[in-house]
Design a protein around this ligand. Structure first.
Ligand code: GTP
Ligand code: MG
Length: 447
């Protein structure tokens, strides 16, 4: 695999970072990873460091000096020699008292040491991956565990270990090669081989490949927005979006007025509902307007709508235009005036609706989230990989019908080339890099 395409992680440096959350706490742990020989530079700050290095995995109480006479802190230092450490390198972990004034001074002092530098986000995990301490799936799982904001995502992370993506890709490659061999056999030796038998071979190798691909077609892509799924309220001006937004939040967060175009920029707030965290978003109403600020607000509404996880179209009581701007939505809610005849098929709310009544909105969003991750075997698919699979789908369906209808071998040969080209794009190295870049972009500093 080509490590050059990954973030600029220079392996020659000794890297360090605070691995506990910044702020006031009982302890603040700084991890240092590199080669033991380089750790001796730390003796200027921790004179008793050799004791630690000579007693692996033992927690020793030592002084961390600011200069010759002033002690910055009394710290606990533990040395984990390679390879039995988080990164697989030699690692020193120092527990300071949890005051950021102490930690910041210590980090500044560490960065003065030659070849020591602050770790980039995800860099410890990268070294762990590089040194074989974690495989790709473990990295993915770790990334989701660190970023999950809902029980659904945490459960999803636990299920990830069931599938080995590399194995799936290998299966695809082998099945594709076997199918190609069967095609070539019929083309090259059509006079010498039993045509009937070879065609059976073509069918069975294709079925294996198609089966493996169909399994992948069902898998999900986890977009960043899935970590905190967005619920977007959209619709025309004065539809009652801000009213509904406030009702769902149970506070007067958004301005409500009878003047159309009240909400100009979107307003968002995170909500926790029965273990799931959602971001609820009130958007600017859509209408014909020459006002450039309002137009900008509407553009933002549309953009949010495209990326959102759960879309609620809010309709004013008298409107019948249910296919708003031709966009898809998950739920249609109509604000309600006493004069309106109730149509049971769509949800309704009014200014006096209570949270209990409206909480079905979150229940529906929660169900959609669970459904999205409900497959038995889960595998993370990077967006580009998923896109290639999507473009493969129609080719596969057509090719499958050609095989079933026993099309001429020349046509099969030609058609299968398109599938092969797309399959080649999903090479393991390509995928590994895609996934890795995605994963590391989600890691925090210190992990
Ligand atoms: N009768 C009745 N009035 C409502 C209802 N919901 C909202 N309204 C009123 O309709 C007007 C517009 O409500 P908003 O919630 O500000 O509408 P909006 O969709 O956010 O509008 P914009 O921000 O302009 O896009 C306000 O005067 C609300 O009091 C409802 O269910 N019944
Ligand atoms: Mg509004």
């Amino acid at each position: 695999m080509d490590f050059n395409e990954l973030p600029n992680f220079d392996l020659r440096h000794t890297i360090f970072a605070l691995i506990t959350p910044p702020g006031t706490s009982a302890v603040a742990v700084v991890r240092i990873s590199g080669k033991r020989a380089n750790f001796y530079s730390l003796c200027a700050y921790i004179p008793k460091l050799p004791d630690c290095l000579n007693h692996p995995r033992k927690s020793l109480l030592v002084d961390f000096f600011k200069n010759n006479s002033i002690i910055l802190d009394n710290v606990l230092a533990v040395y984990f020699p390679s390879p039995a450490s988080f990164t697989g390198e030699d690692v020193l972990e120092i527990s300071f008292h949890g005051n950021m004034l102490i930690v910041e001074q210590a980090l500044a002092m560490l960065s003065c040491i030659e070849n020591f530098r602050h770790a980039l986000p995800g860099e410890f995990s990268f070294r762990a991956f590089r040194n074989g301490k974690m495989d790709l799936l473990e990295l993915e799982r770790l990334s989701i565990r660190l970023n999950a904001k809902s029980e659904t995502m945490l459960d999803f992370a636990s299920r990830l270990n069931k599938v080995d993506l590399n194995e799936i890709l290998m299966t695809l490659r082998i099945n594709s090669m076997r199918h190609r061999a069967a095609i070539e056999m019929l083309i090259d030796f059509s006079e010498d081989v039993d045509e009937e038998h070879t065609f059976l071979e073509i069918c069975s190798t294709w079925n294996n490949l198609y089966h493996a691909l169909s399994k992948l077609f069902r898998h999900n892509t986890i977009g960043k927005s899935w970590f905190i799924p967005q619920i977007v309220l959209f619709g025309q001006t004065n539809a009652g979006k801000s009213t509904l937004f406030n009702l769902l939040l149970q506070e007067k967060r958004s301005i409500v007025s009878s003047i159309p175009g009240t909400t100009r920029d979107y307003v968002s707030q995170t909500v926790n509902f029965e273990g799931e965290t959602f971001e609820l978003i009130d958007t600017a109403g859509i209408r014909d307007s020459q006002d450039i600020i309002e137009q900008e607000g509407m553009d933002r509404s549309r953009k949010l709508l495209e990326d959102s996880f759960f879309k609620i179209l809010v309709m004013p009581p008298d409107s019948k235009n249910q296919d708003f701007e031709g966009r898809k939505f998950d739920l249609l809610l109509e604000s309600f005036s006493k004069e309106t005849v109730i149509n049971e098929k769509i949800g309704r709310f009014n200014k006096d609706s209570g949270f209990e009544e409206l909480s079905f909105v979150f229940k529906l969003a929660k169900r959609k989230l669970k459904d999205a991750f409900s497959g038995g075997e889960e595998v993370y698919l990077a967006q580009k990989f998923k896109n290639i699979l999507e473009s493969l789908k129609p080719y596969c369906h057509t090719y499958d019908s050609y095989i079933k209808n026993k099309y001429d071998i020349a046509i099969l040969d030609q058609e299968f080339r398109s599938i092969e080209t797309l399959l080649q794009k999903i090479s393991a190295d390509y995928e590994v890099n895609e996934v890795m870049n995605y994963i590391f972009s989600n890691f925090c500093i210190g992990k």
